[in-house]
Design a protein around this ligand. Sequence first.
Ligand code: NAD
Ligand code: UFG
Length: 335
Amino acid sequence: MATRGTILLTGGAGFIGSHVAVEVAAAGWQPVILDSFCTSERSVVSRVGELVGAPVRCIEADIRDAPSMRAAFGSTPIHAVIHLAGLKAVGESVEKPALYHDNNVRGTEVLLAAMDEFGVRRMVFSSSCTVYGTPQRLPIDESHPLGAINPYGQTKLDIERMLDVWADAGPDRHVCSLRYFNPVGAHASARIGESPIGIPNNLMPFVVKVARGELPELGVFGGDWPTHDGTGVRDYIHVVDLARGHVAALERLDSMHHERINLGTGSGCSVLDVVRAFERVNGVKVPHGIRPRRPGDAAAAYADASLAWRRLGWRASLGLDDMVRDAWAFASRPS
Ligand code: NAD
Ligand code: UFG
């Protein structure tokens, strides 16, 4: 299998991490998944192994547990860490801000301490466009003002700042914070994808549940936004494109100190664009109706994705039709 060195993926059993593990292996690295399985399933690891063509090592551990982290780093030399482990539900973060700080921010501190102890100096971090707060101009480039509008967003800002300090501790430290826009879709094999627990908050998993008949109707949050059709506009990016962006960052990490780079397509789609594409491509109905605006939402958010092209030589190649097709194929997979 891989021979270029080992990449530790914290949160590697999650929606994004599982796709990153596949692409990391395809690029010739050896992925090792470290996950507590607090929001994912153990079976993901064997499914990633199937896609990679060889079993993938998995360490069951919580990043906040220092002895486990030391044991993980002590067990094999690690070239770089891709740090995806984190809690991400905005509403839950409002109800449990201390949990979000503890898991995401303190967890990262413990992880960095273990990396220091074992001389691991490279990290790619899962940040989010949530660090830009309410968009003040479009498209959103990396110099857009920062601001958290919920405790989850605050954890991403805190971690990016912590990584500045960590990177400043020596010239041999290399960090890339990837600010994701809206990841959706699934692997073309339909073996891995997004499986949110309970009623989804995010658009694509909600659309999927409505199309399956598990929920009666999609509520479209606002029909009077100043957008082309009155519904909210976002920069949806296929999770496989997103995963490839991590490999591109990994390849160029040694030329970075701490860089922040948007991963988006650079174009926005409205809620109705997504619903119509889903219905057309998949031949299913998605009953929907306009509801009041969701508090805290913005009319539109989409990336200036040009820095990723300049610094990483990466750009998204999959479109909305690919995203809705693959999301549906994963949801319709035989169990
Ligand atoms: P996910 O919930 O599917 O995956 C997160 C993984 O991290 C899960 O497998 C979970 O078990 C693990 N995890 C959480 N806390 C842990 C801990 N303390 N120790 C060990 N493992 C732990 O979510 P995802 O969508 O794959 O998100 C991955 C990362 O990307 C997160 O950091 C998230 O904040 C970030 N992100 C996600 C989105 C998105 O829309 N999905 C957007 C921007 C940023
Ligand atoms: N929407 C609906 N109905 C729904 C769900 C969503 O109309 O049932 C609309 C929203 O109003 C918005 C769009 O669909 O216009 C996308 O909403 P999502 O909740 O899928 O995504 P957001 O851009 O609002 O936020 C998500 C995460 C944030 C993260 C951000 C960028 O929830 O934490 O993506 O990664 F910061």
